[in-house]
Design a protein around this ligand. Structure first.
Ligand SMILES: [Fe+2]
Length: 246
């Protein structure tokens, strides 16, 4: 327990997520990955994020050669449908799409050959296996940078093979890979170790972006827990997050 939670107990105020303006990681396009299952589901998820304070969403469907063979065309067509639906519902929120690229061999081959979906200033969101370190991590991040992309690693706090070597986070951050942690990690949704790593990343000023990584409506309750956590207050007050500049 941090000194803040000792001091304030459960009375810590809810953080205001509207200061972030933009969410940079979610799965809101129906039927193309393990996120939203229908257009109606998408509308409900988006309404939930709007009610939490977000005014702009950059949704990031999985692109993974084994499971989710999405293309920019599939994603952007889905985005059009979602935009129509939220406009019909009158939800005042902007939505754009990028992708969450899985660091597989296919991804490595695409860099420099195909147009990749990015957000902001050529930020490129990618994720790793939860089970094994990726053999091609260094090659892929170097290729991204060579092509003028800014690599953003999704949820670094969720890769257990790095839990005993915190210096790994400093090492990749020093190489220019930006780090995006998940809001739900701060509330302990992915376990106590992921929570502790997220807090340590925050304490060491290694976090560049905060993402919801929303997949389903039940996540809203998890976010409502996270906004009471001292670590989130600290992160929002750090002034380091790029979300509001997007
Ligand atoms: Fe994700």
């Amino acid at each position: 327990m941090s000194w803040l939670s000792k001091l304030f107990g459960n009375s810590l105020q809810e953080a205001d997520l509207s200061v972030l303006n933009t969410d940079v990681h979610s799965h809101l396009i129906p039927g193309i990955d393990d996120g939203s299952v229908s257009l109606e589901d998408s509308v409900n998820l988006i309404r939930g994020l709007h009610d939490l304070g977000y005014s702009k969403l950059i949704t990031t469907p999985h692109i993974m050669s084994d499971f989710y063979r999405n293309t920019p065309e599939i994603i952007l067509k889905g985005l059009d449908n979602v935009r129509e639906a939220i406009s019909a519902e009158g939800i005042p929120i902007e939505i754009f799409a990028a992708a969450e690229y899985y660091c597989d061999h296919d991804f490595e081959l695409k860099i420099g050959k195909e147009d990749l979906l990015t957000f902001g200033d050529r930020y490129l969101l990618f994720e790793l296996s939860y089970l094994n370190p990726s053999d091609n991590f260094d090659t892929v991040t170097f290729k991204m940078q060579l092509e003028g992309y800014k690599p953003v690693l999704a949820h670094p706090e969720r890769y257990p093979y790095w839990y005993q070597s915190f210096e790994k986070y400093e090492e990749i951050r020093d190489k220019g890979v930006l780090l995006q942690i998940n809001l739900a990690s701060i509330s302990g949704h992915y376990g106590t170790v992921a929570k502790r790593i997220a807090e340590r990343l925050i304490d060491n000023n290694l976090v560049d972006l905060l993402g919801s990584d929303m997949h389903k409506l039940s996540h809203i309750d998890v976010y409502k827990k996270a906004i009471k956590e001292p670590a989130l207050h600290k992160l929002l007050n750090s002034g380091r997050l790029l979300n509001s500049s997007l």
